[in-house]
Design a binder for this molecule. Sequence first.
Ligand code: TRP
Length: 331
Amino acid sequence: METVVSGIRPTGNLHLGNYFGAVKNFVSMQQSHRCFFFIADYHSLTTHPTPENLHGNVKQVLVEYLAAGLDPEKATLYIQSDVPETAELYLLLNMNAYVGELQRVNSFKDKVRKQPDNVNAGLLTYPTLMAADVILHQASKVPVGKDQEQNLEMMRTFARRFNNMYQREYFTIPTAFNFGQDLVKVPGLDGSGKMGKSEGAANAVYLMEEPASIRKKVMRAVTDAGPTEPNQEKPEVIQNLFSLMSIVSKPETVQFFDEQYNQCQIRYGDMKKQLAEDIILFTDPIRQRIESISADQAYLSKVARMGAEKARESASKTLKEVREIIGFRSF
Ligand code: TRP
């Protein structure tokens, strides 16, 4: 069985874009792979959160991923800082990571631009920490988006470098997990091609969002003046609304509004009403699970403990071998 590792940055609430773009794939992957999903709270420190924010955000993502269907019995779901082997491997990898190559990483250069007052060493060595996360479990696959390609290349470099240095095929060289046609791009409500919180809160529908708020947002979604000729091509904003509908609604529903559009009889208000109800049908059970899991401290603590235990079992085996290979040997 292939080993998969992916890190989740604890930033903000999950929206439909996160769900259909990533979480749903994690949920199906846990059936067929040896999966490690962890909350990257060490990485979070690069932006200096307060202790309260850090803890609150970690809890929120844990709760939302559980509510969305990650199964702690199937996947190993853990919090990065619960596995100190991560930090040890990170330290060891840093000895073979060169400042020059780290400075050339695009996401580092972005951060230097965005937070010039906080260019800390953690930001510079973000790719070594990521490499440690993955090779710690000898993972062969990393499901990440396009924006992480360079980080993935760095992981491969560090793993290969270690193998070359000690003349052993020790670390598995990870590759990107490609979802191919399973990769769903969820359009936003503002008519843009992408749902995301950086595009503004009104653009995204959150899994934890109340029905009333969803209805309000969807009714405000951007449309146009309507078609003037039968069967005319849909402008991008309208196409995006249809795409969103095809993700959450039944095919017959989409077909109905498509025909209405083609006959120039579409009423966007009706379409949006339907879209809102179909979104709610999907999100509301998740929202309710978010609420009940969030209140269940005993369950959360059990999940975290179980995850840490399973992850440390895998990690400590690697560290024991790595120490031996490097020459940290007992007398
Ligand atoms: N950097 C990733 C992100 O921004 C999160 C992450 C941290 C990660 N460690 C990882 C992803 C290891 C995959 C594997 O989304």
